[in-house]
Design a protein. Structure first.
Length: 415
């Protein structure tokens, strides 16, 4: 507790609140920390609950340095306030002491029913804010446990499953109903839900790995990073060389997971420089400290092998400023090709929704295969909303949760 008081007292309680502007959810960070300073922990929780219901999770896994903490005034000349640690502390206390979220919790039902398909950060947050406004909410989940990417996409060493369970249980205690083992397009249909509910929110994520379109991607031993994390369908890595292609948090999670499973060597291959990597800096440093090797400004040209992966052909890149683009672009350097002996390759360059499911919904999609929505997250069908990764939103837990909260607001206004 002494450490928490020290962390809270370090905050300057800025009037302009730059940290709040850096938070995708817009949490009132100075106000909740002010209450922590005063040891008024339940009030601190109520301040946070106005904008989020995932405090124990976001406090632990958000990329804080590229969001709230990256905007902290303290961080200009010294270390920023440990906002994530303080948020997780308050969230944990709320679960332990069963704090109420706010005065509108458990509001009497208004007679309106909403179905939410998917129980990741977007679906859980949407459901919580709807129930707190008097809606009858049912979440449909394809697995026998809730959580979406929180359970199936983030390794346990980064986010303990017990934290996920306790956070979800507190949300469900608001009065949300759940139908388990219900998959959209398989044993639940959109038309059926629209006949039973006043609105439907589709938040099924996007977990089909992108491909690079290079030779050898169909060889045995090539995996998609998102699929590996979701299904834990790992081969035996002991004594094997593994390449991870990509520079985001999925790449870091795959590399660190595989490293803990006994791989001989792991190389993360990224076509830009380290400073352009989208992964959280802490995740990059953790991977380095665990002995994972990084090949920056390196592109993969081919995956070589007869039936299974044997080698990678790579090429070095230089970064150039292209007209009309703000981000430096990697360009292959002629004649810089080299080979790497490799047993497994993991593609972690992004993901998209499952085409078969999306096509079965009869909803308009954009050119990249994501469900098309307007500024209110409404799809091409009346009373059908979509959000999170399935619409191509920014792929972090906090941004997905923000989507869910905004969808809830629009459903409340509409109904």
């Amino acid at each position: 507790m002494e450490n928490i008081n020290e962390l809270a007292n370090y905050c300057l309680n800025c009037k302009v609140k730059p940290c709040q502007k850096g938070c995708p959810l817009g949490n009132d960070i100075p106000e909740f920390i002010k209450n922590v300073k005063e040891e008024n922990y339940e009030e601190a929780y109520k301040v946070l609950s106005k904008t989020t219901v995932l405090e124990p999770i976001c406090g632990r896994i958000c990329p804080h340095m590229s969001q709230c903490m990256g905007k902290c005034v303290r961080g200009i000349k010294s270390q920023p306030v440990s906002i994530g640690e303080l948020e997780a502390f308050v969230g944990d206390l709320a679960i332990k002491n069963n704090y109420n979220m706010d005065e509108v919790s458990n509001k009497s039902c208004n007679g309106k029913k909403v179905a939410i398909i998917g129980s990741g950060p977007a679906g859980l947050t949407c459901g919580a804010f709807l129930v707190r406004s008097g809606f009858d909410v049912t979440i449909y989940e394809k697995y026998d446990k809730l959580g979406g990417i929180l359970r199936h996409g983030i390794p346990n060493f980064r986010l303990d499953e017990n934290i996920v369970d306790s956070t979800i249980n507190k949300i469900l205690d608001l009065g949300i109903k759940v139908e388990y083992n219900k998959e959209l397009g398989v044993n639940i249909l959109l038309d059926e839900l629209l006949n039973k509910y006043d609105a439907v929110f589709i938040a099924i994520g996007a977990n089909i790995p992108w491909k690079m379109g290079i030779q050898g991607e169909d060889l045995d031993g090539v995996f998609g990073g998102n699929s590996l994390l979701e299904y834990s369908s790992h081969p035996d890595y002991i004594g094997k060389n593994v390449a991870i292609i990509g520079g985001g948090n999925v790449a870091m999670d795959c590399a660190r997971t595989i490293n803990k499973m006994g791989a001989k060597s792991i190389k993360i291959i990224y076509r830009r420089a380290e400073e352009q990597m989208p992964a959280e800096k802490k995740e990059i440093e953790d991977a380095k400290n665990e002995g994972i090797e990084f090949l920056f400004q390196t592109n993969v040209v081919k995956i070589l092998g007869n039936d299974k992966v044997q080698k990678l052909e790579c090429i070095k890149t230089k970064l150039v400023q292209k007209e009309g683009e703000t981000r430096l672009s990697p360009v292959d350097i002629d004649g810089s090709n080299f080979d790497l002996d490799m047993d497994y390759v993991v593609m972690a360059i992004g993901s998209m929704p499952e085409e078969k499911i999306i096509n079965s919904l009869g909803l308009e999609c954009n050119s990249k295969g994501y469900i098309k929505v307007n500024e209110n997250y409404e799809t091409s069908r009346k009373n059908v909303y979509a959000g999170g990764d399935v619409v191509g939103s920014k792929a972090t837990v906090a941004w997905a949760a923000r989507t869910g909260r905004e969808v809830a607001k629009h459903i409340i206004d509409s109904l």
